[in-house]
Write a new protein. Structure first.
Length: 183
């Protein structure tokens, strides 16, 4: 039997952050669809006409960047990351809350550091005029896709931290009756 504790009440800005996060998922989905379409056209072009679609590698690389970084805020908001919750189950709700606060804080700090370091890399790409191999697209456009995703993830994690901290309850706590787990 799976019983989920009701999630903590969101703070006042959480709905806007959730809407931003969901909107970014649609951007990521569109990027994946375009990436698949370009790859299919390239493969069919090679098979049927013996011609490759020029720039497919650069395009797919850029679409992949968009899809990954646009999806990170929603994955963080939904707690869709891989987690080992053995300690949560053994320690109870208070331990679960503390581990949620520690985990979200540590993740937020990592993403803040990653965002900060990425700003330097973006500046270098712009300053040195780095481009992609085939289409010679300025690499700053890659960073223009990465940085908003990182910033949105930091905002989302901050929102989660506020929500969990104010509520005094863990972000997610599943109680599973091991006798009812089907094999």
């Amino acid at each position: 039997m799976n019983c989920a504790v009701s999630p903590p009440e969101p703070h006042s800005g959480a709905h806007a952050i959730a809407a931003m996060s969901r909107g970014m998922v649609w951007i990521g989905c569109a990027a994946i669809a375009l990436m698949v379409a370009a790859t299919v056209v390239d493969v069919l072009g090679r098979l049927v006409f013996g011609l490759a679609l020029f720039g497919t590698y650069d395009f797919v690389q850029f679409a992949l960047i968009i899809s990954v970084y646009a999806g990170m805020p929603e994955a963080s908001r939904q707690g869709a990351h891989i987690a080992v919750d053995l300690i949560d189950r053994l320690g109870g709700a208070r331990v679960g809350w503390l581990l949620s606060v520690i985990g979200i804080t540590a993740t937020l700090l990592v993403f803040l550091l990653l965002t900060w370091l990425s700003l330097g890399e973006a500046y270098d790409a712009w300053r040195f005029g780095e481009t992609t191999a085939d289409l010679e697209i300025a690499k700053i456009w890659h960073w223009a896709a990465i940085l908003p995703g990182l910033a949105a993830t930091c905002i989302t994690l901050s929102s989660l931290l506020i929500t969990v901290f104010r509520s005094g309850r863990p972000l997610q706590q599943d109680v599973t009756d091991s006798a009812e787990i089907s094999t």
